[in-house]
Design a protein around this ligand. Structure first.
Ligand code: ADP
Ligand code: MG
Length: 325
């Protein structure tokens, strides 16, 4: 199968979106942005062995590649217009491509977003680059820089599931023996098929102040909001929403309880809003703290005592690493 047959076989499906004047097949895609809206663009790169274990099923790789990109649009309150896919493949494996495309298109169909172009190359390391384009009312964009003292800090869904799922894959003995197979399956699905919170982000754009998606860890991603907004925050660890599976894990292994503070990959939205706007939140979300004028990030444990050693989130280029990336 040559490059062009590969594209035609797996990545050239009909697009029914009226905003897409031209999709896969020409030198550029052509998209229409509604006159009162602006274009938002974001790229995320996923490298096998770095962003997902090499053993990840290809369906899940396809699903997650798109999910993490749509999540960035969600975090801005935007709606998807189209996506492009850069694919660097070590070899052409029809079964792998079939499953990868099925995962990618499953999520694309869920959010009615079209794959409008891309590039396909051969390379020793499986690498995926998606660029998402979205649209939004420019007056309603959720920026990291808009948090204000007095805001509540809230998070959608539950936190820590993907991190626990990853732990259980990388170190199979780390999962407590008491954890049910259904709980383990749930944690894996949270890692491999994250739900981009597009509907929630679009709703939040109407009233929330700042937002970010949790990709690198709750505290680390919150810190981005604090830095950009020039504010501080207090987080109450006991308020962090946990799934039944995570609760079961922590019951058997309380030492793992700090993990939801630092683990990434949940792709939930972390947002700030005026307390009086909380009744407008009409989807699962939990208040976990508040924004303060005093700089710094303070985390209180269940007894209200500050945690002295805050766990770090994920960083591709940590400062003490001397080796080249
Ligand atoms: P060009 O040489 O102009 O870059 P290509 O031959 O690379 O064009 O691609 C042909 C068409 O297929 C283009 O419309 C491109 O956007 C699309 N395409 C290539 N790879 C992919 C892919 N992985 N997913 C979706 N579309 C793709
Ligand atoms: Mg090309």
């Amino acid at each position: 199968m040559n490059e062009f047959a590969l594209i035609a076989n797996y990545f050239q499906r009909p697009c029914l979106d009226a905003a897409v004047l031209l999709g896969v097949g020409d030198d550029c895609a052509v998209l229409r942005v509604p006159p009162d809206e602006v274009l938002l663009v974001s790229t995320d790169l996923l490298v096998a062995g770095r962003h997902f274990p090499e053993s990840t099923p290809p369906f899940d790789i396809g699903y997650k590649t798109l999910a993490v990109n749509l999540s960035d649009l969600a975090a801005m309150g935007a709606r998807p217009l189209g996506v492009t896919l850069g694919l660097a493949l070590p070899n052409v494996d029809p079964a792998w491509l079939e499953a990868f495309a099925a995962g990618f298109y499953t999520l694309a169909a869920e959010h009615a977003v079209c794959l409008v172009g891309g590039d396909t190359v051969k390379s020793p390391q499986l690498t995926l680059a998606v660029t998402v384009m979205g649209r939004a009312n420019p007056a309603q964009i959720l920026r990291r820089s808009s948090a204000q003292p007095g805001d509540w800090i809230a998070v959608t869904g539950t936190v820590g599931d993907a991190g626990l799922g990853l732990c259980s894959i990388l170190e199979p003995n780390s999962a407590p023996a008491s954890l049910s197979p259904a709980d383990l399956t749930f944690l894996h699905s949270r890692l491999n098929r994250p739900s981009p919170r597009l509907a929630e982000g679009h709703r939040l754009a109407e009233f929330a102040h700042a937002a970010i998606d949790i990709s690198d860890g709750l505290l680390q991603d919150l810190q981005h909001i604090l830095t950009a907004s020039g504010v501080g925050a207090v987080i109450e660890q006991a308020k962090i929403p946990l799934s039944p599976a995570a609760q079961a894990w922590f019951q058997a292994d309380p030492t793992a309880q700090v993990l939801p503070l630092s683990a990434g990959d949940d792709y939930e939205l972390l947002f700030t809003l005026k307390p009086q706007d909380w009744p407008q939140v009409d989807f699962p979300a939990t208040v976990i703290g508040r924004i303060e004028a005093e700089p710094g990030l303070r985390v209180l444990d269940a007894e209200g005592q500050p945690l002295s050693l805050l766990p770090h989130g994920f960083d591709h280029f940590p400062p003490n690493r001397t080796s080249q990336p």
